[in-house]
Design a binder for this molecule. Structure first.
Ligand SMILES: [Zn+2]
Ligand SMILES: [Zn+2]
Length: 178
């Protein structure tokens, strides 16, 4: 989702505007489709954009839902993820005159001549960082049976230890002796 900071940059330095953006579920053909690459299926963000000397400073928080899989039983789950962010964007030209601004530091995020800031990559990055690495469908999920692959939450069970071929051979010898 792109927001125009042109109106903000026409105000005094220190002025701010509040943004609220949300989409649930994220539309695969919409502006925020890039979030689906990170399995973000819904989000709700509150952002405060402040006019700073080099451009616009965006800070805020996002709550998102991320489609994941339980690492033990592989059941699909939706993890709620909350993240905070703060990012300085450097204007490359003056909004009133189009005159070039002093160049931004290397690797800095910049605002182009359209004065639009794309919020999608910002939200995406922060949500990815805050997403649990080894999610469980429930505390103490029993996972899948290593022998038959059945879900041990649904049908807790054990298997008889498999007969070992070497022991079977010894048993035969014993029979011969008797
Ligand atoms: Zn599970
Ligand atoms: Zn089993």
């Amino acid at each position: 989702m792109k927001v125009s900071v042109a109106p903000l940059l026409k105000q005094s330095v220190g002025d701010h505007m509040d943004l609220h953006v949300q989409e649930s579920p994220v539309d695969p053909r919409g502006d925020n489709a890039g979030l689906l690459d990170a399995d973000i299926t819904a989000f709700d963000a509150d952002i405060k954009a402040t006019h700073t000397d080099p451009g616009a400073y965006l800070e805020g928080g996002v709550r998102a839902e991320v489609a994941q899989q339980c690492v033990r039983c592989l059941r699909p789950i939706h993890s709620p993820v909350a993240a905070r962010f703060a990012e300085q964007y450097y204007a490359t030209e003056r909004v009133e005159t189009g005159a070039p601004m002093p160049s931004a530091p290397r690797d800095a995020k910049t605002i182009g001549s359209d004065f639009l800031i794309d919020l999608t990559p910002l939200i995406r990055e922060e949500v990815i960082l805050a997403t649990p690495q080894a999610p469980l469908c429930r505390p103490g999920c029993r996972g899948l049976c290593p022998v038959c692959g059945e879900d041990l939450n649904e049908r807790p069970h054990d298997h008889e230890p498999a007969p070992d071929a070497r022991w079977a051979a010894l048993e035969k010898l014993k029979d011969v002796k008797d």
